[in-house]
Design a binder for this molecule. Sequence first.
Ligand SMILES: NC(=O)c1ccc[n+]([C@@H]2O[C@H](COP(=O)([O-])OP(=O)(O)OC[C@H]3O[C@@H](n4cnc5c(N)ncnc54)[C@H](O)[C@@H]3O)[C@@H](O)[C@H]2O)c1
Ligand SMILES: [Zn+2]
Length: 345
Amino acid sequence: MNTVHVCASRSYDVKIGAGLLNAIGQEVRAVTGGSVLVVTDETVAPLYLAKVYQSLTAAGLRVFTASVPAGERSKCVEYYVNLLNILAAKNLTRTDAVVALGGGVVGDLAGFAAATYLRGIPLVQVPTTLLAMVDSSVGGKTAIDLPAGKNLVGAFHQPSLVLCDPDALNTLPADTFRDGCAEVIKTAILFDPGLFAHLRERGTGFDREYVITRCVECKRDVVCADEFDKGERQKLNLGHTIGHAIEKCSDFSISHGQAVAIGTAMMARAFYPNPAEIEDVLRAFGLPTETAFDAQSLASAALSDKKRAGDTLTLVVPRAIGGCTLEKIPVTELQAVIEAGMRHG
Ligand SMILES: NC(=O)c1ccc[n+]([C@@H]2O[C@H](COP(=O)([O-])OP(=O)(O)OC[C@H]3O[C@@H](n4cnc5c(N)ncnc54)[C@H](O)[C@@H]3O)[C@@H](O)[C@H]2O)c1
Ligand SMILES: [Zn+2]
């Protein structure tokens, strides 16, 4: 088992190890001695809830459970309020905890409930997707969606503990696993030539414990330098400006991971000296690198994004593996960047 220590406004451990789900009771017992509300979704519940419930009760905890339908649509005000009502009905206090067992949807939803109920109670993240292990469970961002857009309501609330059991990935559908791989490859390009080389050599058969640990360490370093997303943390958006535009243009029929893969490939073609190096790794993971949408549609979709501030926008530019820079460009130049990202050779 590997442990990554995170020193944000709250410091906590991220533990990564096969079989950790079986020991969740003792681990959570170290964070709280009272009651826990385990929040999960209807796909994860039949796979892992019984095991988790058993381990938690065996450790002497009082366990309540709540399950939401699987998918982004559950990250909404209604399910958020439902969770608050359950927490209140079961009389959970500030010494109790919420356990988020699932992917990023459950993590964000349960995390936001934990962040706001009684002005914040302890949260244990137990991510079960690759994306949640390497990205959403670490860093303290929690959120729900509004009809007007994704993640429009949220809070920074660092967890008290994060438990990643790579064995949970065995049941993940292949396309969901690939989506997480897009963020893993992104992390390698941003921060770690060694990790990039490992992914290139091993493809989808990568060493899960090592890769998850490195990704968590990289995210930890960025989050510790910039917990509240004012500068360095923006680097995590590599491939995301164009990626979000692709998601939007496809009416969200193209998944986030696929869109990020295409966005990353486009940024590579626009700026990276040897784009084939990055494209080849993405393709080896079964991820797409091209889009059929035209540059003008993508640019206007990107510019309607909430993250744009004024007349300039910050792009994460891949100059070298482990050497990406934040560069401000006038919004009027985005379309030209996208055009450059479409060209080959
Ligand atoms: N808070 C952050 O910093 C942050 C960062 C990135 C993404 N996010 C959010 O994360 C969400 C996406 O997360 P996701 O990709 O994990 O999606 P998800 O939570 O919807 O999970 C994807 C699918 O996999 C299923 N699943 C989960 N674990 C499984 C397992 N072990 N075996 C079989 N099926 C399993 C789920 O039921 C779901 O159907 C988005 O809402 C996004 O906004 C948050
Ligand atoms: Zn992403």
